[in-house]
Design a binder for this molecule. Structure first.
Ligand code: TXA
Ligand code: MG
Length: 340
C-alpha cells in the first residue's frame, strides 16, 4: 500500500487537514498528531475501518481503542448514562490528555470496544487533531500509531518508521508536547479508578473524584489468567529490542552499578551522564517529570542503536507525571526491577 504523507507544517495546512478528513470519512486509516503521542485514526462508527487499524498495528483484538472527539456535544453520540463527574472533569481537563471510560452507545463500532459494554473517550488538546476530527465529521478511534508492543511514537518520523506502507496516510505535524499517553480513568464503576496514569495526575483528579483509586495493574504485573480492567495493561509494551531493566536507587549507586557492568547501556538523568563510562542516553533532569515524559519514548527508540546487550534505565520518582513514566518503563522492562 502506498502511504500518502500529509505535511501540515511546511505544506498547505488547510488542504492537508481537509484531505485527512476525506480519507477518514471514506473509511481509511490516517495517523494523526496529538499532544500525547501520534494516533492511528479511523472512523469509530465503521467496523471495517477499525479492523484495518488492528491489522496495521498487529494489535491483539481484545485490546479496545480510545474514541477521540472535537466537541463536548459529540460525547453523547458515543456514551450513555454519563455521570455528572464526567462533565466536571471535561470542564477542567478537556481538551487535554484525559480519557474517560463510560457506558458505550450502540452507534460506536463494536470492534472499537473489543466487545466491552464501555467506551473510552477523549478530546485532545492538539488543534491539528481536533481539526482533523471535525473535517472527518465522525468521532475517531485512535490507538497509538506504533507497531503493537514497540515504544509509542512522539514524532512523525517514528510513525513513518513503524507504519509506512501499512496505512492510507500519515499527517506529519509537530512533535508531541506531553510524550506519554493520556490518563485513562474508569467512571462507570464505583469508586472511579485510574487504569493508566498520564499527564493529568492522580493528585489533580482526586480533587474532582473523591475516593479515586489507582488500579493495581498500574504498578504490578498481572497474574497469568487474571482479569484486568484495561486490557492494554496485560501486554509487554513500549519495549526496545535490547533487554531492559528498571533500576531504583540513588544516583551514586546507579552510576557505580552501570559503570561496573561492562557491555551495557544506561538511560540516565541529565546530571548523571558525565559520570557514566558506558554508552548512555539522558532522558531529562531527575526533578523535571515533564521532560522525562516528553523524551521517554524517543530515547527508548534510540536504545537499540547503541548496540548494547542490556540497558539499565534509572527509574523516576512516582509522584505526579512520574507515575506515568514509571508505569511505561515497568512494562518496557517486562517488570524486571532492580533495587539498589
Ligand atoms: O494519549 C492517548 O491516549 C493516545 C492518543 C493517540 O490519543 N492513544 C492511546 O491509545 O494511547 P492506545 O490504544 O495505545 O491505548 C488505549 C488504552 C489501552 O490501555 C486500552 O486497554 C484502554 O486504553 N482502553 C480503551 N478502551 C477501554 C475500555 N472500554 N475499558 C478499559 N480500557 C480501555
Ligand atoms: Mg499504545
Amino acid at each position: 500500500m502506498k502511504t500518502e504523507k500529509i505535511d501540515v507544517i511546511s505544506g498547505d495546512r488547510e488542504k492537508g487537514i481537509a484531505r485527512a478528513g476525506e480519507i477518514l470519512r471514506r473509511g481509511g486509516t490516517v495517523a494523526i498528531p496529538t499532544e500525547t503521542v501520534y494516533g492511528l485514526a479511523a472512523s469509530a462508527l465503521d467496523d471495517g475501518a477499525i479492523e484495518k487499524v488492528f491489522l496495521a498495528k498487529g494489535r491483539p483484538q481484545n485490546n479496545p481503542l480510545i474514541v477521540h472527539i472535537s466537541d463536548i456535544k459529540m460525547l453523547e453520540d458515543v456514551a450513555r448514562d454519563i455521570p455528572d463527574a464526567a462533565y466536571r472533569l471535561a470542564e477542567t481537563f478537556w481538551p487535554g490528555p484525559l480519557t474517560m471510560v463510560l457506558r458505550r452507545k450502540d452507534a460506536v463500532a463494536s470492534r472499537v470496544s473489543a466487545g466491552l459494554d464501555t467506551v473510552a473517550v477523549r478530546m485532545p488538546a492538539s488543534k491539528a487533531a481536533r481539526d482533523i476530527i471535525e473535517a472527518s465529521g465522525v468521532p475517531l478511534a485512535a490507538p497509538s500509531a506504533n507497531i503493537s508492543g514497540s515504544p509509542s511514537p512522539t514524532a512523525a518520523a517514528h510513525v513513518i518508521h513503524d507504519l509506512d506502507g501499512k496505512v492510507d496516510a500519515i499527517v506529519c505535524g509537530e512533535d508531541c508536547k506531553v510524550g506519554v499517553e493520556s490518563t485513562v480513568v474508569a467512571l462507570f464503576s464505583d469508586p472511579p479508578r485510574i487504569l493508566r496514569p498520564g499527564a493529568v495526575t492522580a493528585e489533580e483528579l482526586s480533587d474532582i473524584l473523591p475516593g479515586l483509586v489507582i488500579d493495581k495493574a498500574v504498578l504490578s504485573e498481572p497474574e497469568s489468567g487474571e482479569a484486568v480492567a484495561s486490557p492494554g495493561m496485560l501486554y509487554k509494551h513500549y519495549a526496545p529490542k535490547t533487554e531492559t531493566f528498571l533500576i531504583e536507587g540513588e544516583s551514586k549507586n546507579y552510576i557505580d552499578f552501570v559503570n561496573s557492568k561492562g557491555d551495557c547501556a544506561a538511560v540516565c538523568f541529565d546530571g548523571e551522564a558525565a559520570r557514566i563510562t558506558v554508552k548512555k542516553l539522558a532522558y531529562g533532569a531527575q526533578n523535571d517529570g515533564d521532560a522525562l515524559a516528553k523524551n521517554l519514548f524517543s530515547v527508548l527508540r534510540a536504545v537499540d542503536a547503541l548496540g548494547a546487550k542490556r540497558v539499565y534505565v534509572h527509574a523516576p520518582d512516582k509522584r505526579g507525571i512520574g507515575l506515568a513514566v514509571y508505569n511505561r518503563l515497568l512494562r518496557a522492562a517486562g517488570f524486571k526491577v532492580i533495587k539498589l
